[in-house]
Design a protein around this ligand. Sequence first.
Ligand code: CUK
Ligand code: CUA
Length: 623
Amino acid sequence: MKKWIPATSGLLAGLVAATVFFGDFSSNTRSEASDATIKSNAEKVYVPFGEKDEYYLFASGGHSGQMFIYGVPSMRHIRTVPVFSLDSATGYGWDTHTKELLGDYTWGDLHHPAFSETDGDYDGKYMFATDVGNSRAAVMNLETFTTRDIIDVPNTSGPHCAAFVTSNTEYMFLPTRFAVPIGRDYAPLDEYSEKYRGVMSAVTFDEKNEKLNIAYQVALPPWSYDLSDAGKKMSADWAVMTTYNTEEATTNLEINASQADRDYIVLFNWKELEQLVKDGNYDEVTGQKMIFPEKHKGGIYLVPVAKSPHGVDVTPDGTRFIASGKLAPSMTVFSFEKAFKAIENKDFSGERNGIPVLKYESVMEREVDPENALGPLHTQFDDKGMAYTTMFISSEIVKWDPNTGETLDRVPVQYSPGHSVAAEGDTVAPDGKYIIALNKIAKDSYLSVGPSHPESMQLIDLTGDKMEVIQSAPVNPEPHYAQMIKADKIKTISVYPKDENNPDAVYKQEETKIVRKGNEVHVYGIAMRSKFIFDANAKRPDQIEVNQGDKVIIHLTNIDFDQDITHGFAINGYDLNMEVQPGQTNTIEFTADKAGTFPLYCTNFCSALHQEMTGYFLVKPTN
Ligand code: CUK
Ligand code: CUA
């Protein structure tokens, strides 16, 4: 307790200190590396051409709205998968399916990605992610690395504290960063404590139909929910999440949300919440099943924690949860077993907003305080259960033993790491081997591109006596979190299988056609090396002619059943673009509101005669 930094002064001091630390590290780490070390590090990360990386790294793309895929250990950027933002490279947001997924939104802010899990381990099937910018949740299929569903999450504003997935992907919980009145109705900020709520959503995934659904919501107090983790093994029915601004400040949060000495970790039993809903113990609000904890009692508890906590992470064996604090110099280890006992004995110090508060001493196991380490944020684990915590302010990763609190090793990183990600480091069975620091500031790390620099990821080898930075890669803003999965767990397909039941698909050239229905023109076309065929029987099969004002629906099937032969489809001057991957049928719909002559072409280089893969879109003026 004595070590907790007092309100306001600590934060400011910390931020000032951070600036000083930047200067320090840049002068030593790099110049001290010997030629032999450089050579051996280079060998560790070199993946010869034709060989594959051992791990996939899925790094959240922050306010790019996308997901970045890297290979580890090479740290080669392999792919950007569009999720919450338009992406013209893949036509994402123009074809009918992805346009519908994005709705009226053009961007997103993708934080914490989370793999689907079976028995607490990544199963390599799906990846979930949430959008803090426009309050959405998404799921990506890992056979094709494409986004399959996106839902709006009503009442939850900025699901930053997500996604964390329970051990068998029963739920993904989306707590809110911003409290708002339920239904986002107008209410003056003077009525914040009475009218605002921090709503958490419980989302389920229907794998068969690849659909996300909101099962129920919980109207938590109007606080900010920051980070979370699902329990594992003995704690599998439980989850934990950090809160800040339990002061319920409504302005100048930097100062006002750091007044109280303690905030809370919300500890909840999702099986009990599920039971409340089954028993009808909820209110129907804005079309959602809403649990009001002050009224629908059970399953939710508060654990006091050092003020302004950030990360909270459950150990691989599921026995403990570790909280870190932006303003604290220490990590706090809590015991699930102690928490369960305290709940059983009703060992409460009181309640807040109708939720019982457990006694700190009854749940806390130890405070861990590595010397001069500042700004602990997030913790990952290795195969021996050792913990690795990022220190935002002192720019380092500290390795320590959760059983004893002993500091084992530390390594400086450049600079200000937010999260780190260890190989399968948040599962029941971490791999050890690698951890990657996701640094918020790259400063002098790469060739300059002007005043704003990329973020940086540094790969750290965990196999030796000492942690060692062996590779680094720039990354676009901004990896808030990443997950690293063994490459052989992911089974991609190489071409889309033929789907004879798809009424939009055409696999034979002679079956291509253009059908007019009133003022709708339906095109059933084919893309193949190296031409478009929209109507094989027409004088010019690669031409589409419509009348101004017609609604145009173009279905296009790529009949090159050959991996990596992707075709694109764009109409010059019409701001339209989509992609058809091998074997895929894709649809684009628009109104031909501009009269004139518009060349169409394949955007994706597909053969020596790709440049010839063109045609015309002619729009006859109405008068
Ligand atoms: S947050 Cu903790 S440093 Cu969005 Cu996961 Cu970025
Ligand atoms: Cu098809 Cu280029």
